[in-house]
Design a protein around this ligand. Structure first.
Ligand code: PNW
Length: 481
C-alpha cells in the first residue's frame, strides 16, 4: 500500500523539542522559575529525582543543535519559548527580559541561515511560577488570558516576519488533566491527598482547559489583527490524541466508547474551535462542571485555527464502563487498555507505559479529524516513540535503534496513505524528538530522541540510526517538483 502513496513537494518536515526539556540554564541571564522548576524540587515527583536544570544544555549549544538539524536534513524545526526567560515574572505589568528574548531571536536567525523553517510554540507547559503563586495561574481566567495575550504580543512583535508558523499551546489536555486531575505533571494539583494538599480533580481540569482555549483565542485575535497582515504568518493550537479500537468489536457500547474517548481528549478542544461548542458527550457526563461559553469567549475561540496541530503517538483498546461515571473521570467513563478481549496487544511495548505503536491508527485518526472538522490543514507537530530498555543498552546498540526507525517508516507511511488515499490535507510533520531530553515525570531514563545525548559526557550529541531513516523515508514519499 505505502509504496504507491506520496506526499506533496512542498511538504514540510523536521524535528520538535520543548524549552524546559532541552535548554537547561534555568537561572541564567535573568530567567525566573517556571512551575516545572518548582515541581521537580518536590521529592517523588520525577522518576529519577532529576530536573531540567541542565538537560541537553541547548541554551549554550545553539551551534551544535543547528549542525545536528542540518545533518538530519531537516527542513523545519519546532521548538518552544520559555515564557519566564522572556518575561521572568510572567505578567503584563512585569518587565521584559531582553537577554532572554535575544537568545531566541539569534536562534531563529541561525535557523534561517541554515535554510531551516522555524515553528514556534509559545507555551509548552512551563508557566512562569510567579503567575501560579500570584493568582493560581491557569485557574484564573481573567488574569491568565490577559497575561498570556501580553506575552504573545511581545513575542509576535519581536519576531515579526521571521517566523511564519505559530503554535499557541502544546497539548492543553496534558496541562489540564495531568496538571490538575491526576497531578502527575506540574503544578501537581489533584483530589488525591496523598499526592497534593490542594486540588479538585472533578472540576479544576475542566476550568483550566476552558481558560487555555480562551487564552488561545485571545492570542490568535491579537496575531490576526495586529501582525498577520504585516508578517503573513499563520497560527494554531496543538492537540494530542491517540487512536482507539474497541476492546470487543462485537459490542456496540465499546464502539461508541471509542468515539467518546477521542471526543474527551481531542474534541474537548477542537469542537469549540471548529464547531463553536463542547461535544454533547462531555456536556452530558460533566453537566455543570464543564464551564459554559459566554458569547464573548466563544467568539474568540470559534474559527481560531489557521491549521490543526496534531501530536500523535499510539492507540489503545477501549472498553465501556457500565457503572455511573466517577466525578473525577476524564476519559468518558471507559477503560483504556493495551490488550483486547482476546488478549492481543495493540502494539509492542515501549519504555512509556502509555505508548504502544499502532501505525494504522495514525491514518484512521487523520481521517477522523478530517471528517469531523471538514478537512482542515493538518500539521503533525509530534510523533515518535521511546524504546523499551534503551537507557540500559551499551552505546553501540543504543545507536542502532531499528525499533524507532521502523516506527517512523510505518507512521510516515500511514500518513502518506492518509494524504494519498483518504484525501487528508496533512502538510507538515515534526518527529519527536530531535534529541533525547528531559521526559517530564519520567526524567532522563526514557529517551525519545533520534539523537543520543550523553548526559554524563558533556551532553555530547550522537545521531542514532532513526535520525537518518526519517530523511530517507521522506525522500521516498515526497514528490520531486
Ligand atoms: C508529549 N500521556 O507529551 C509532549 O508534547 C512532549 O513534551 C513529550 O516529551 C512527548 O509527548 C513524549 O511523552 C505527552 O501520558 C506526555 O498520554 C504524556 C502523554 C501524552 C503526551
Amino acid at each position: 500500500m505505502t509504496t504507491t502513496s506520496t506526499l506533496p513537494s512542498d511538504f514540510l518536515w523536521g524535528f520538535a523539542t520543548a524549552s524546559y526539556q532541552i535548554e537547561g540554564a534555568v537561572n541564567e541571564d535573568g530567567r525566573a522559575p517556571s512551575i516545572w522548576d518548582t515541581f521537580c524540587q518536590i521529592p517523588g515527583k520525577i522518576a529519577d529525582g532529576s530536573s531540567g536544570k541542565v538537560a541537553c544544555d541547548s541554551y549554550h549549544r545553539t551551534a551544535d543543535d543547528i549542525e545536528l538539524l542540518k545533518k538530519c536534513g531537516a527542513k523545519a524545526y519546532r521548538f518552544s519559548l520559555s515564557w519566564s526567560r522572556i518575561i521572568p515574572l510572567g505578567g503584563r505589568n512585569d518587565p521584559i527580559n531582553q537577554k532572554g528574548l535575544n537568545f531566541y531571536l539569534k536562534f531563529v536567525d541561525y535557523l534561517h541561515a541554515a535554510g531551516i523553517t522555524p515553528l514556534i510554540t509559545l507555551f509548552h507547559w512551563d508557566l512562569p511560577d510567579a503567575l501560579h503563586q500570584r493568582y493560581g495561574g491557569m485557574l484564573n481566567k481573567e488574569e491568565f488570558v490577559a497575561d498570556f495575550t501580553n506575552y504573545a504580543r511581545v513575542v509576535f512583535s519581536a519576531f515579526g516576519s521571521r517566523v511564519k508558523h505559530w503554535i499557541t499551546f502544546n497539548e492543553p489536555w496534558c496541562s489540564a488533566v495531568l496538571g490538575y486531575n491526576t497531578g502527575v505533571f506540574a503544578p501537581g494539583r489533584t483530589s488525591d491527598r496523598t499526592k497534593s494538599p490542594e486540588g479538585d480533580s472533578s472540576r479544576e481540569c475542566w476550568i483550566v482547559g476552558h481558560n487555555i482555549l480562551v487564552a488561545h483565542g485571545a492570542a490568535v485575535k491579537v496575531y490576526r489583527e495586529e501582525f498577520k497582515g504585516r508578517d503573513g504568518g499563520e497560527i494554531g493550537i496543538t492537540l494530542n490524541g491517540d487512536w482507539a479500537e474497541p476492546w470487543d468489536p462485537d459490542n456496540p457500547a465499546d464502539i461508541e466508547a471509542c468515539n467518546r474517548r477521542i471526543e474527551f481528549s481531542v474534541s474537548w478542544f477542537a469542537d469549540p474551535i471548529y464547531h463553536g461548542k463542547y461535544p454533547d458527550s462531555m456536556v452530558k457526563q460533566l453537566g455543570g462542571r464543564l464551564p459554559t461559553w459566554t458569547p464573548e469567549d466563544i467568539a474568540l475561540v470559534h474559527g481560531s485555527n489557521d491549521f490543526y496541530g496534531m501530536n500523535h503517538y499510539c492507540a489503545n483498546y477501549v472498553k465501556a464502563k457500565t457503572t455511573e461515571p466517577d466525578p473525577d473521570d476524564f476519559t468518558g467513563n471507559l477503560e483504556i487498555l493495551t490488550e483486547d478481549k482476546n488478549g492481543n496487544s495493540i502494539g509492542p511495548e515501549t519504555q512509556s507505559a502509555w505508548l504502544r505503536p499502532h501505525p494504522v491508527g495514525f491514518r484512521k485518526l487523520l481521517k477522523w479529524l478530517s471528517d469531523r472538522y471538514d478537512g482542515p490543514k493538518i500539521y503533525v507537530t509530534e510523533n515518535g516513540t521511546s524504546l523499551k530498555g534503551e537507557n540500559d543498552l551499551p552505546l553501540e546498540r543504543l545507536l542502532d535503534d531499528e525499533f524507532r526507525a521502523q516506527y517512523f517508516r510505518d507512521y510516515i507511511g500511514a500518513m502518506a496513505d492518509a494524504y494519498t488515499l483518504d484525501g487528508v490535507n496533512v502538510r507538515a510533520y515534526m518527529a519527536w524528538s530531535l534529541m533525547d531530553n528531559f521526559e517530564w515525570a519520567d526524567g532522563y531514563g526514557t529517551r525519545f530522541g533520534v539523537t543520543y545525548v550523553d548526559y554524563k559526557g558533556n551532553q555530547k550529541r550522537i545521531p542514532k540510526k532513526s535520525a537518518k531513516v526519517i530523511g530517507e523515508t521522506f525522500d521516498k514519499y515526497i514528490k520531486k517538483e
